[in-house]
Every structure is written in structure tokens, then in C-alpha cells.
Design a binder for this molecule. Structure first.
Ligand code: PLP
Length: 421
């Protein structure tokens, strides 16, 4: 009897292994290495300066809602109006019933904000990045004068995971250049100078490193080597540039960028993503990009919110919010540096990456911050290189001085306690 049970048990185990491979072993390993993230539940808007977690109020210093627009009355009103008109979801892609009037307005608004001729929108920024690379580098029915496998994509080594995934969908060769290293990029461009179909992709704001992408220099190299130049400005749109048009607007190189990509869910406080560029290119994407054709459109409710957020960014109110954000960020950055923290960045970026170094210490640090009433999870390998674990402090335009002072006091207390400063 016992033998039979043992046999049954072992057979079951074997079958489970066959079905799910080594998932359990992997999960055990990740747990042991403390690589599994904690998922906290917020019972109030997780984007506000003060949020409620498990019945406790804590200060939020890790939201991408940089300008505080997620709960801005104009954004809520814009979303509400479209929710009433179009309901909860679009019911299909833009090819079917999802092509609602407000999405045309959103396309136009995005194009005007970034300074492009036209734009196309997606339910997430991730989808925008999944849409662009194979549509452009593996052309539909030979619409472009390039064959499959002939393209080359040059991508900054620190580019976001969504860029990496988008590139994986293309048959083009992927060449990774050292972060913001123009000599390395040029040497790689030289190697492929005979190849006619080339593209460079970098980010506008490297928020985990506290600085901008070298867009001016890359624009020059793009011209020299005749490459398509794309900027992922997920963290720049709305919050950088005189009118919130993003990093190309700030650097006055809008005309040199071929493809602008961005997300509505960071400074714009909504959700969705876009690709913008020349009319002809966008029209091609409308009929050729698979995530646009085979997935549902942006719901009206999100489009209504995003348009209101873009309106705010482009007017006086947006300029005031951007000033408040930079004031708050500079205040915290200066104080943390004075305490002895290694704060990355050159002061141009509002997000403040603070290096803790050791992975375990970074976890301890975040845990202690949380106990003291501050929510900032840590970024660790593989999100950042080993030994450079960090917390990214994201002050928002809506934080008050007392919130910032409390943060600095807690960083002093916990930093001393854990011998980080
Ligand atoms: C640089 C960058 N690109 C793209 C994305 C994806 O945007 P979304 O969150 O809208 O899918 C993110 C999101 O974190 C990002 O940081």
C-alpha cells in the first residue's frame, strides 16, 4: 500500500515537472535571493502624495505621476465626459468599432504637443514599442525598399525593457551601444555603414540614472549615417520642454527626430502610449502595425483624460507645475547629497536615483523607509547592474514642503542606522 502511494506521488511529481518544468525551483531560488517583488495594495489613489496601504497613511515618493495630473479635476472631468459618451471599453480595434471621434482628437493633440505631423495611439506605451520595430524593419508586402533581415537597430544598453522586447519582434540585427557613449555608437555605425536600413533608438530621460539621453549628438550621427532616429520619451512627455513637448523640444531638435514614442501614464497621469512622426510614416503604421490592428483601441475614457492632461501641460498651469516639480526635486536632491547620499544625475531630471549599492541593504533600506511611513521600493539586479541597487525618489509637483522635510529626516535616520551615510 505504502509503495503504491509512493509510486503515485512520484508519478504525480514527474507529471507536474513535465508540465511546468522548473518553475517551482526557480521561484524558490528567487525567494531565497530576495528577488521576488512585494505587491502592496493601495486603498486610495496610489499616485497621490499621501496614500493608504493596509490601513496606514504613508508618503508616496515613487509614483511617475510627476505633475500630479492623475487626480487633477480637469483630467477627471475629461475622462468622465468620455466615459458617459463611449462607455467603459472600445469594443474593438480602430478597424472595427473602436475608431471613436475622441481618438482622432488625441492623435492630433499628441502630434501638436511633440511637434510632429501626425500620431497614432495605443492602450499602453509598451504596445507602442511592440508596434514600431518590426513594422518598420520588416516591411509589409515589401512596401519599403528593404528586405527582411536586412535592417540594423542600434539600441542604448540602458533602454527600457519594452524597447528590448519590441526589438526582439523584428528580424533586424540588434546592436547594443554603451550607454550614452557616442564613440562606441559611431564605431558600431561605421561597421554597418554600407547597410541601407538603419535605426537608432534611445530614451529622452533615463529616469533610473537621473540624466537625459544624448539626443543632439545622436541626431548628428543619425544624419551622418542616414539612420532613422527614434526617441522613447516616456518620462519626458508633459514634464520636459518649454511646453511639455519632451526632451527633443527642450534640446530644440524636434526636426531631427523621425519617431517620437511616449506614454500617457507618467507625467500625464492617464494611460496609453503613442508613436508620432511624418504623416506618411504614421499612415503606414495605421495599416501595418499588428498591435494597432489586432488589439482594441484606447478607450474613450482614457483618451478624454489624456487630452485634458496634454491641454494642461501646454498651458500656463503646466509651466507652473513643472516649476514646482523642479523646485521640489532640487530641494530634496541638494539635501540628500548634503547628508552624504550618492544621488545620481546632473540636476536636469526630476527623478532622483539614490545608490545604496548592496542588494540586501537596498531591501532593508526600503523596508525601514516603509516602517517610517515612506513608500519607495528598491531597484535591484537584473533591473540595474549588480552592486548598484538603488531607490528612485520621485518628488511630485504636488508634494508639500513638510512632506519633503519628513523624507529628508527619515533618510538621515535610516541612512545612519544602516551605515549608508
Ligand atoms: C522608458 C519607458 N518606455 C516605455 C514604457 C512603457 O510605457 P507604459 O507603462 O505606458 O506601457 C516605460 C514604462 O515604465 C518606460 O519607462
Amino acid at each position: 500500500m505504502l509503495d503504491e502511494l509512493k509510486l503515485l506521488y512520484n508519478t504525480k511529481l514527474k507529471q507536474e515537472k513535465e508540465k511546468f518544468g522548473n518553475i517551482k525551483d526557480l521561484m524558490d531560488f528567487l525567494n531565497k535571493e530576495k528577488l521576488t517583488p512585494q505587491f502592496e495594495v493601495f486603498t486610495t489613489a496610489g499616485t497621490d502624495p499621501i496614500v493608504n496601504v493596509g490601513g496606514r497613511d504613508v508618503l508616496m515618493f515613487s509614483s511617475n505621476n510627476y505633475l500630479g495630473l492623475a487626480t487633477h479635476p480637469r483630467v477627471i472631468e475629461g475622462a468622465k465626459m468620455q466615459l458617459k459618451k463611449h462607455g467603459g471599453g472600445p469594443g474593438g480595434s480602430r478597424f472595427l468599432c473602436g475608431n471613436i471621434d475622441i481618438l482622432d482628437d488625441l492623435d492630433k493633440k499628441v502630434a501638436a504637443t511633440v511637434g510632429a505631423e501626425d500620431a497614432i495611439t495605443f492602450p499602453t506605451g509598451y504596445m507602442a514599442n511592440l508596434a514600431i520595430f518590426n513594422t518598420l524593419m520588416d516591411p509589409l508586402l515589401g512596401a519599403l525598399p528593404y528586405s527582411k533581415n536586412s535592417g540594423v537597430i542600434f539600441s542604448d544598453e540602458y533602454n527600457h525593457a519594452t524597447v528590448v522586447d519590441g526589438c526582439r519582434l523584428s528580424s533586424a540585427k540588434k546592436i547594443v551601444f554603451k550607454h550614452n557613449d557616442m564613440a562606441d555608437l559611431e564605431s558600431k555605425l561605421k561597421k554597418f555603414s554600407k547597410n541601407k536600413h538603419k535605426m537608432i533608438i534611445t530614451e529622452g530621460v533615463f529616469s533610473l540614472d537621473g540624466h537625459l539621453g544624448k539626443l543632439k549628438e545622436i541626431a548628428d550621427l543619425s544624419k551622418k549615417y542616414n539612420c532613422i532616429f527614434m526617441v522613447d520619451d516616456a518620462h519626458g512627455i508633459g514634464v520636459v520642454g518649454e511646453k511639455g513637448g519632451g526632451v527633443p523640444q527642450l534640446l530644440k531638435i524636434t526636426k531631427d527626430v523621425d519617431i517620437f514614442m511616449g506614454s500617457f501614464d507618467k507625467a500625464l497621469g492617464c494611460m496609453g502610449g503613442y508613436l508620432a512622426g511624418k504623416k506618411e510614416l504614421i499612415e503606414y503604421l495605421r495599416i501595418a502595425s499588428r498591435p494597432y490592428i489586432f488589439s482594441s483601441a484606447v478607450p474613450g475614457v482614457l483618451a478624454g483624460g489624456a487630452i485634458a492632461a496634454l491641454d494642461i501641460c501646454c498651458d500656463q498651469k503646466g509651466a507652473i507645475l513643472r516649476r514646482n516639480l523642479m523646485k521640489n526635486s532640487n530641494y530634496v536632491g541638494t539635501k540628500l547629497k548634503k547628508l552624504g547620499y550618492n544621488v545620481l544625475g546632473d540636476g536636469t531630471v526630476f527623478a532622483l536615483p539614490v545608490i545604496i549599492g548592496d542588494e540586501d541593504k537596498a531591501i532593508q533600506f526600503s523596508t525601514r523607509l516603509f516602517e517610517e511611513g515612506i513608500f519607495i521600493p528598491s531597484f535591484r539586479w537584473p533591473a540595474v547592474p549588480k552592486g548598484t541597487a538603488r531607490v528612485r525618489v520621485t518628488p511630485m509637483a504636488t508634494h508639500q514642503k513638510k512632506h519633503l522635510d519628513y523624507l529628508v529626516d527619515v533618510f538621515y535616520k535610516v541612512g545612519k542606522e544602516l551605515s549608508i551615510i
